[in-house]
Design a protein around this ligand. Structure first.
Ligand code: ADP
Length: 515
């Protein structure tokens, strides 16, 4: 399925929102449910402790010999008097005689405080039994004498949760088809059983579940629509860039993508990168155009000379000597043409990576010495002093034939661009990591403004050419630079116009990987 980035982003966004919502829903449900259950247990405990307090207080009151005439039997009977007093409707024990007005008043005050908590609750099921399992109190919702809750002395048939050493514990209990949360508590003199229907909790949780269920698809749809809108908004600039980029062709490479409203976001960076790329393409195209123009010019000149010579030769009958002169001159032009064409071919092969270097350990010292010896004849003809100072055992990994081409070209240039009476100095030496060859001359030098371009194809410093009419096609140093760099070396030039130039070539001594 080929979905657009916009749709994929929307789907991802929707999926993430859906999962987040689901996780949120589940976590909320679980935490609300556990909080409600915890609160219920806490309420049961609070009621239990209140009851315990009531009983304790009542015991204290009844144990105080208010009337010295009272017997022990009488005190014991009154332990749960407060409960009995307030139970009214549901007390099934023997009625307690009221002794005095003071006692009655006190009972009534306590009753007023706790009545609401214990006796008026419709939902709490409360039962108090004494230590002999005799039920002494039932809340109003335990209507019949047979309605009794389990006691802590016999909870064995319940799934009873009681912490080690605690006075009370909890258990689920079904009472008259109602699910209760039951707390069983043991006090000094009583067994308290308190139940509360869990239906309320379930109803609350059901309500929460329903709300989540309704809200879930609603929020999901809103977030999907939002996601789609956001994806559309964020990808719109990319669509615009693609549309404009499609309109840029080789004929209008000067055109650029318009700047984005935000200066430093991803789209701005993409626009800047694409603009830089178009800039590089424009420069490359310009270079190719320049190269084609230079190459045509370089080829057209010898061709025009050749054509002129041949036309003159054909115009009238010539002596054999005259024909020989024309042929010699034509051959010179053909040689020039052939040099340009083979240099161009070599450069284009080099650029397309078709040239294989024959790697071996090359001894630079004898190689440069041989070139020096050959060049001495040419130098002597021009009355130029050629000095070579060559350290022995300077070996580098490389292609001997190509390196020969490099040094010959640079030394030949030095002789070519030095006036008679000048001198050329060649030096070969090494340091710990590299072999260094320098070729210095006291020649015509290169003006500062031309210096950066001498390694460019077809670049010739005009002044040197016109004033001295030195032959050349401006390709030699381009090839030299390519060969040096293919050996992981570097070539640099320093020059002072009309004083001389120094070409320095440095090559690594160790075998570099993947030359
Ligand atoms: P060419 O065939 O013209 O010599 P190169 O690529 O070898 O082409 O050199 C490019 C240009 O650099 C030359 O035309 C010349 O102007 C300049 N040049 C090269 N070597 C020297 C030198 N030793 N002294 C002065 N100018 C030089």
């Amino acid at each position: 399925m080929n979905l657009s980035l916009r749709h994929r982003l929307t789907i991802w966004y929707g999926a993430i929102v859906a999962l987040t919502l689901l996780a949120f829903g589940v976590i909320s449900y679980i935490s609300v449910s556990s909080e409600l259950r915890h609160n219920l247990d806490a309420s049961l405990e609070r009621v239990g402790y209140s009851l315990e307090d009531i009983i304790k207080t009542n015991q204290a009151q009844t144990k105080k010999p208010l009337r010295p005439a009272k017997t022990e039997q009488r005190v014991k009977q009154d332990q749960f008097s407060f409960l009995r007093e307030n139970q009214k409707m549901n007390f099934y024990g023997p009625p307690r005689p009221i002794d005095s007005t003071a006692e009655k008043e006190q009972d009534m005050v306590w009753a007023a405080v706790y009545q609401h908590i214990i006796f008026n609750s419709k939902n709490f099921y409360i039962q108090v039994a004494d230590t002999t399992n005799q039920i002494v109190f039932r809340s109003s919702n335990l209507t019949s004498i047979n309605d009794s809750l389990p006691m802590i002395s016999a909870p064995s048939y319940l799934a009873f949760e009681k912490a080690e050493g605690a006075s009370h514990g909890f258990a689920p209990y079904v009472f008259k088809n109602q699910n209760l949360r039951l707390m069983l508590m043991q006090t000094k003199s009583a067994q308290i059983s308190i139940g509360y229907p869990v239906d309320e909790i379930e109803a609350t949780l059901g309500g929460l579940f329903g709300t989540l269920l309704v809200a879930y698809p609603f929020i999901l749809i809103i977030s999907l629509l939002g996601g789609h809108f956001l994806a559309k908004q964020s990808l719109q600039p990319i669509d615009d860039i693609a549309r404009i980029a499609r309109e840029i062709t080789a004929s209008n490479l000067s055109r650029r993508l318009p700047p984005t409203p935000v200066n430093d976001d991803e789209i701005a960076r993409l626009t800047a990168t694409l603009n830089q790329m178009i800039g590089r393409l424009e420069a490359s195209f310009a270079q190719i155009r320049q190269f084609t123009a230079d190459a045509s010019h370089e080829l057209r000149t010898p061709l025009a000379i050749l054509m002129g010579e041949l036309e003159i030769a054909l115009r009238s009958r010539k002596t054999p000597d005259e024909y020989a002169r024309v042929l010699n001159s034509s051959l010179e032009e053909v040689n020039r043409l052939s040099n340009v064409v083979s240099s161009l071919l070599e450069l284009s092969k080099a650029e397309s990576g078709q040239v294989q270097m024959q790697l071996e350990q090359v001894e630079l010292s004898p190689l440069v010495m041989d070139i020096c010896e050959d060049m001495e004849i040419l130098a002597a003809e021009k009355n130029i002093e050629l000095q070579c100072e060559i350290e022995p055992d300077v070996d580098i990994p490389g292609d001997e034939q190509r390196l020969h081409q490099v040094f010959l070209n640079v030394i030949e240039n030095a002789v070519k661009y030095t006036l008679p009476g000048g001198s050329v100095y060649v030096k070969v030496f090494k340091n710990d990591t590299e072999a260094i060859v320098t070729v210095s001359d006291t020649g015509i030098g290169i003006p500062d403004e031309d210096l950066p371009y001498v390694f460019d194809r077809f670049y010739r410093v005009d002044k040197s050419r016109t004033s001295m009419n030195i032959p050349g096609n401006g390709l030699g140093l381009s090839i030299v630079k390519w060969i040096v760099e293919a050996h992981r070396g570097i070539i640099t030039v320093e020059s002072q116009y009309k004083k001389g130039s120094v070409f320095t070539m440095k090559f690594p001594l160790k075998t570099p990987e993947n030359i």
